[in-house]
Design a binder for this molecule. Structure first.
Ligand SMILES: [Fe+2]
Length: 390
């Protein structure tokens, strides 16, 4: 740690109940939180997969009322969050349960704000800072992830898309409880499994190699990277392997916890823009430049990048120079991608369209958590190499 700037560990703000079968405790946990009627937020996929019914069964068994909003959208737009909250206000709910991927959890968090604070949700964008929702008056929320990646159960806010500008904004919202049940990820399709798990890998690897790690985040993120390296290929060998699913789910939660303080750098900052421009799922967009991002920071943090490479199964000789370490980390990530059918940039845009996004990525300068300064030429090179992988 001594060579690094340190950050405050923010990992303990959101309580989390982790383990197989824990979704069956939703009702009793709502009762403990004093909820009598819950707004249950999910999307159509969670409903059709039967997961909504599982959670509703627990809620109803505890004698708690439920009002269902099953129209959560990906990259949740402001209007959808406001519609969910309006339903909850009309129905007089006094709590929220958000079930699904990161988009459903973020919709639920935004709805929690608007149940007790006046709309629109844009009033509470963190970038505005002049209007802070009163957390003490908010009703409780339980978040139940059904994908293993975003770590939204561990982060104190949600990400909302402003429909007027298409820009993403953070809103502040604590979760009163995360129920993280690996059983709920057993039926996840391969594409979603791959991209959400890579989102988790990015959270952990970027936080571990940011300019502000701390002793606690290091424990969380190292473990998350190791779990992804060991468990994710096993999920692709046997999608019904509960232990392997549990490993990836735990990595996702640890990655979400670990990034709170160190935060992310190159892959996420680039991924947020290209994901928005070319409609690339968040985990895929961020994962595109993870190999190049790790290679780039190797000269600044050779030991840390060597650890990432080794945890992902890479071979890094003792005493190797930074260039060798960076290349090993890059190859280790690409090797993992090969095992999980990770998508290609050419599936979403042309090379010209991609490189035309560089000025948008650089303005305003986004790489404040990166241990090296990043130029527009660097970003052009990262994207070119990522695109040329096929
Ligand atoms: Fe992410």
């Amino acid at each position: 740690m001594s060579e690094q700037q340190t950050s405050t560990c923010l990992a303990t703000r959101n309580p989390i109940l982790f383990g197989r079968g824990t979704h069956r405790r939703t009702g009793e946990e709502l009762r403990r939180l004093g909820v009598t009627k819950a707004l249950v937020v999910c999307d159509a996929g969670v409903k059709s997969a039967g997961i909504l019914d599982k959670v509703l069964g627990s809620i109803q068994a505890a004698g708690i009322g439920a009002v269902i909003f099953d129209e959560a959208q990906s990259d949740p737009p402001d209007w959808s969050c406001e519609a969910a909250a309006a339903l909850g206000v009309r129905e007089g709910v006094d709590g929220v349960v958000a079930v699904g991927g990161g988009s459903s959890l973020d919709t639920g968090k935004a709805a929690k704000i608007l149940l007790t604070n006046p709309p629109p949700i844009s009033r509470y964008y963190l970038a505005h800072e002049d209007v802070v929702p009163d957390e003490s008056k908010m009703y409780p929320i339980i978040v139940i992830p059904t994908t293993a990646g975003t770590g939204s159960e561990a982060t104190p806010g949600g990400v909302i898309t402003d429909s007027a500008t298409n820009e993403k904004h953070n809103v502040p919202c604590m979760s009163n409880l995360g129920i993280v049940d690996p059983e709920l990820t057993l039926g996840l399709p391969p594409g979603v499994t791959a991209t959400t798990a890579v989102d988790a890998l990015c959270h952990a690897a970027e936080a571990y190699t940011s300019n502000k790690p701390n002793a606690i985040s290091d424990v969380l993120t190292e473990r998350a990277i190791a779990l992804i390296g060991a468990s994710l290929p096993r999920v692709f060998d046997d999608p019904g392997d509960p232990a392997a699913r549990e490993g990836v789910q735990l990595a996702a939660t640890l990655g979400g916890l670990g990034l709170m303080g160190p935060f992310c750098h190159i892959p996420h900052e680039i991924g947020l823009i290209i994901g928005m421009l070319f409609h690339i799922p968040h985990g895929a967009a961020c994962g595109m430049t993870l190999p190049e991002g790790l290679e780039f920071v190797a000269p600044a943090l050779p030991e840390r990048v060597a650890t990432v490479a080794r945890l992902l199964g890479g071979d890094v000789p003792e005493g190797a120079p930074p260039e060798t370490i960076g290349a090993a980390a890059r190859e280790a990530v690409i090797g993992l991608y090969g095992k999980i059918g990770f998508p290609k940039l050419s599936d979403y845009c042309s090379r010209g369209e991609l490189l035309a996004a560089v000025p948008r990525i650089m303005e305003p300068y986004p790489f404040v958590h990166c241990p090296r300064e990043v130029t527009a030429a660097d970003v052009t090179e990262f994207l070119s190499r990522a695109y040329d992988r096929g």
